[in-house]
Each structure stands twice: as C-alpha cells, then as structure tokens.
Design a protein around this ligand. Structure first.
Ligand code: SF4
Length: 75
C-alpha cells in the first residue's frame, strides 16, 4: 500500500491484542472495520491517509496496530 512520501505502509492488527474497542474505526474509518468476530481489520484499498492510520494506531488502547514503512523502490 503506497502511503505518500514514496514509502509503502504495512499495517498489522494483532488479533491476540485487539479487544474490539473501536478507536481505530473511529479515528480512521476508511482504514479499519470490524470483522465478523468483532475485531478490527485493515482495509487495504480504503481511502485512508497514513496520518489517519497513525492516529488510529496511537489511539488503540491495546497497542494492537503496528505500522511499518519500507521505501517504495524496495523489492
Ligand atoms: S482500537 Fe485497537 S483494540 Fe480497538 S478495535 Fe482497533 S485495533 Fe482493536
């Protein structure tokens, strides 16, 4: 997923930690939604911004969301 700044953002939601609190859905509704189990899942093709994803990750009380970045030209 290309995020801006020539970097690709990778988003991981740890379902061992996610308690379905929903802060991520609130902060980045284009980036996260609840799955059938009531846990958060990333929406790869959502109209999210990296800033919104970062805010969602920061807001998660369980620290279940991890963002990582790689340069867009890395194979
Ligand atoms: S804010 Fe965190 S704990 Fe809550 S649904 Fe999102 S990932 Fe899960």
């Amino acid at each position: 997923m290309t995020g801006g700044g020539g970097k690709i953002v990778h988003v991981r939601v740890d379902h061992d930690l996610c308690a379905g609190v929903g802060m991520c859905v609130q902060f980045a509704p284009a980036g996260f939604r609840f799955d059938a189990a009531g846990q958060s899942e990333f929406i790869p093709d959502g109209g999210w911004s990296v800033k919104a994803l970062q805010e969602a990750a920061d807001a998660c009380p369980m620290s279940a969301i991890t963002l990582s970045f790689t340069p867009a030209d890395t194979p």
